[in-house]
Write a protein that binds this ligand. Structure first.
Ligand SMILES: [Zn+2]
Ligand SMILES: [Zn+2]
Length: 170
């Protein structure tokens, strides 16, 4: 939970929100996101004249990913600038492209953890490699081909020889 206190915000006009979201927070369940360390959040919320709330700042941490070829752990530094805009529900209507979020009606707090999760999910790389030329694992014995070679003979006849063989038989 990363709560923005709306009462305090409207009194003070601007508010800093600092916090952390731990790697084992249920927030990440089902997102495929695995954090190496707590995600640190440093945001500032401002209320505009039109009643919108603009929250801007940084989130930083590290993702614990896996190489898609060899499954080695790969840490991806994470540093995102985020901008979240909230508006009263009536003014968000008809503007549902997802850029502006509706303020919860009647609530005195907004949970920023959820929108931040969305930003992280969107920015996380889908395809991670430990090295651009990672050789991956042998599909037969699972040997890490970056470290050693294996004895698996990939015994697929080269189709180019078929023509030659056919010629010889004649
Ligand atoms: Zn790899
Ligand atoms: Zn092998």
């Amino acid at each position: 939970m990363l709560l923005l206190d709306l009462v305090r915000l409207s009194r003070e006009g601007s508010l800093r929100i600092e916090g952390q979201i731990p790697p084992d927070d249920p927030l990440w369940e089902g997102t495929g996101i695995r954090l190496k360390e707590p995600l640190r959040v440093d945001l500032r919320a401002n209320e505009t004249q039109g009643g919108e709330i603009v929250v801007r700042g940084k989130v930083f941490g590290a993702l614990a990913q896996e190489c898609r070829r060899c499954l080695d752990p790969v840490d991806i530094p994470l540093r995102e600038e985020v901008t979240l805009v909230f508006a009263p529900p009536e003014s968000v209507e008809g503007n549902e492209d997802g850029e502006i979020r509706a303020l919860p009606e009647g609530d005195k707090e907004v949970d920023l953890a959820e929108p931040i999760r969305e930003e992280i999910v969107l920015s996380a790389p889908a395809f991670v490699l430990c090295e651009p030329d990672c050789k991956g694992l042998c599909p037969y014995c699972g040997t890490d081909l970056n470290e050693t070679t294996c004895e698996c003979v990939v015994d697929e006849p080269d189709p180019r020889w078929d023509t030659l063989r056919a010629l010889k038989k004649e």
